[in-house]
Design a protein around this ligand. Sequence first.
Ligand code: PMP
Length: 354
Amino acid sequence: MSKFFSEKYKNLTPYVPGEQPKEREYVKLNTNESPFPPSESAVRLASEVAKKLYLYPDPDCKELTQKVADTCGVDRDNVLMTNGSDEILNFAFMAFCDNNSPALFPDISYGFYKVFAQINNIPYEEIPLREDFSVCVDDYIGKKGTVFIANPNAPTGILLPLSEIERLVKADRERVVVIDEAYIDFGGESATTLVKKYDNLLVTQTFSKSRSMAGARLGFGVADSKIISDLVSIKYSTNPYNVNSMTACAGIGALLDKGYFEENCNKIIKNREWTIEKLKELGFISTPSKTNFVFVKNDKIGGEELYLKLKEKGVLVRHFSKERIKDYNRITIGSFEQMQMLIGAVKEILEELK
Ligand code: PMP
């Protein structure tokens, strides 16, 4: 830390992204990326617009915003495009939280929520998940504050039904509820359908997972037009050109290719179910995941030990040292070949323990 670093950031603990090692080819199952390339139309439209990179992008992303609105069945002024969904989540902390409205989120969830609260100097409360790692919306009802819930949750993979989300949003119309749907396309029902009914709901989604565009950085929020206009104020006060032109065009291309998107989601779901089955045969227990990852543990081996042994064998998964989940590993669902390699490596490790 330099002597110039502002006092206000001295206690900041930055978010730690999953490893992106370059020293070796890993079977990379640690950051919930898609194993499939982006759609060909995404790549084509992005390369075409590369010739125009001397111009600033359209700060309103009009064409892409309209396409997202059409896909979600809302109007254009219900949508804001951002640099990954991380950006819109940060905007939401900035816009809707303060001393009068602290941030409320589960004790086990996306690690960035805490960092967004800290960097924006927002008080927050981490609400414990139930024993089985599920979110219980009653734990949030009657509590003052802006709610952030990942649905399905990460790293547990557990999905709340839409009726529970609606119950939460409806219970207090005087506060904003943010539903982070980064993984919704792998088996969940999106809350974007509730946006026309409730003006206190913000739903965020990303192109990073189901649309194979993690490297492009594209996310968005869907909400009542007044919520969106608050977020637009924040965007125009920080970075008006937050979505670059290649990414915006890639996004349009990805949305045009609905068949490819559905095919890939179905492959991931199929590979997930296969992987859970195989891991169960090897003595693992798994949460009921509706995402592109599984959250598993095996009493025969600790979470960290399995992570390290898999890494030695060239398979990278994610381990969290937090006490409550230290026995678990989060394993991204990749291609069928990758999952076969994972299972092969796990079998060898368990054999070696004998
Ligand atoms: N929410 C959750 C629950 C996530 O796991 C992630 C991915 N790390 C994000 C949001 C942010 O994803 P992105 O910024 O790539 O859209």
